[in-house]
Design a protein around this ligand. Structure first.
Ligand code: AMP
Ligand code: GLY
Length: 434
């Protein structure tokens, strides 16, 4: 039975973004009985098979809001952080359009690490000890007094590249110099956070937050390094899986009680009520879970592995979250597991090559996997690589091993020149960056 009259009728949904995470969201929405029409801005060639696409950059928030009004969109689902940091959700709410994603003020938890650290301190949320500096000499003095390894972070949004784990003081000096003095991160680099290194295993926990209530999605892991055995450079994520087997339910209760509930309540108390997906990147330390970072959105590539596990009307769930009517009981989780393997372009992450012809996606889909596009483009009838992370291949199965087999079997059917893929997703424990 529906909970209010406004959602009795199917409504049109606009997805903002162009990555695999947004393709996965569009895939989930495409089968939602609540959806009348699906739109995406800007989308990608995979999303275009499910939704009508609008050629707009995600950062053109005024144009997106104008179009949402013109198209009488009933729900906007925002994938990436940049439009949220720019205030897309604020604009949409002002115009009366339901939006899944926090306001600029609530999203500050992601776009300012200094805000996030001070917020956690204010609300007793466990995180690494830290110092915040705009001045190079003060930062270096603090670094000298911090045990090694230590972690140096650019304060603002840095596209996942603003974090350096430093084994030596010389490395720390290089990182601090490049952030504060060499302007390597633009506005994101006017301040630096220096924090203690936390040893442990990492865990990603995403909660839906409707301003008041929260609901945890299955916990996930992502693999950030490019190479097998956690070797090579840091990336945007080379694979993921969910749920995390053998995770003590008491631990998830602890994450809920010490991290996600206080975060949602703290934001509300500070007049920054949060509606959307709140992502906690955690280190499971011997003294309990501690927050490495908050993101104001679904994780990528975690979402590609989490959504296939949800047995829900996704549009209705996201609408209810956006409108402050989340009922955690509405979230049914399927048994089994899902594994996401990312196929990246030649040269990723430093100098990804574009223009390589991609073959075999149909065969991969026929084998029973899901294939979500990220960096792909159409060129003269061919599908070609366009960006760093090209595709996410997702297999589901009764357990992690079966899911990984399905993902790898499908991934093996997809070919393009210079394809990079880790072979150990869900087969090797994730190790922290050190
Ligand atoms: P972040 O963008 O803050 O999640 O950092 C990226 C990655 O750096 C994390 O996924 C961790 O692997 C690592 N990292 C960040 N902060 C710490 C820390 N305090 N201790 C250990 N590793 C960290
Ligand atoms: N998987 C980490 C992120 O989405 O930032």
């Amino acid at each position: 039975m529906s909970k209010d009259a406004t959602i009795d009728r199917p409504f049109s949904v606009l997805v903002v973004g162009s990555g695999s995470r947004e393709h996965a969201l569009t895939w989930g929405l495409a089968t939602s009985p609540s959806v009348s029409e699906l739109w995406a801005a800007p989308g990608n060639p995979g999303i275009a098979t499910l939704a009508r696409t609008l050629d707009l950059p995600v950062t053109d928030i005024v144009a997106i809001a104008d179009l949402a009004v013109a198209l009488q969109i009933g729900l906007v689902v925002v994938g990436p952080e940049a439009p949220l940091a720019f205030g897309l959700a604020n604009l949409l709410r002002e115009r009366g359009i339901p939006v899944f994603g926090p306001t600029r003020e609530a999203a500050e938890l992601e776009w300012s690490k200094s805000f996030a650290k001070a917020f956690m301190r204010r609300h007793g949320i466990p995180t690494a000890d830290f110092g915040l500096f705009a001045d190079y000499d003060a930062a270096m003095a603090f670094a000298r007094g911090t045990p090694l390894p230590l972690v140096v972070k650019a304060d603002g949004l840095a596209g996942g590249k603003g974090v350096v784990v430093c084994a030596t003081l010389a490395e720390a000096e290089g990182a601090i110099r490049s952030i504060l003095l060499d302007d390597a991160f633009g506005a994101a680099g006017s301040r630096v956070v220096i924090e203690e290194f936390l040893p442990g295993e990492e865990l990603s926990v995403i909660a839906l937050v409707d301003g008041e209530r929260i609901a945890l999605l299955p916990a996930a892991r992502d693999y950030k390094r490019l190479g097998d055995g956690d070797s090579g450079p840091n990336t945007g994520g080379m694979g993921s899986y969910a749920p995390v087997p053998d995770l003590d339910p008491a631990l998830l209760d602890l994450v809920r009680a010490t991290v996600l509930e206080p975060a949602a309540a703290g934001l509300r108390a500070e007049g920054r009520s949060y509606r959307g997906a709140l992502y906690a990147g955690l280190m499971l330390t011997t003294s309990g879970p501690r927050v490495l970072e908050f993101n104001c959105r679904f994780g990528d590539p975690e979402t590609q592995a989490i959504l296939p596990l949800l047995d829900v009307d996704l549009a209705r769930l996201l609408y209810d979250t956006a409108e402050g009517k989340l009922d955690p009981a509405d979230i049914a989780i399927r048994p089994g597991a899902a594994v996401c393997v990312v196929l990246a372009a030649a040269g990723y992450p430093d100098t990804p090559r574009a223009g390589d012809v991609i073959q075999g996606i149909d065969a991969a889909v026929d084998s029973g996997a899901l294939v979500f596009h990220a960096g792909t483009a159409r060129r003269d009838g061919d599908l070609v690589t366009k960006g760093g992370r090209v595709l996410s291949v997702v297999g589901a199965g009764p357990d992690l091993e079966a899911a990984a087999r399905r993902a790898y079997d499908a991934a093996g059917r997809i070919a393009f020149a210079g394809r990079q893929m880790r072979r150990d997703i869900a087969r090797l424990p994730v190790r922290p960056l050190a």
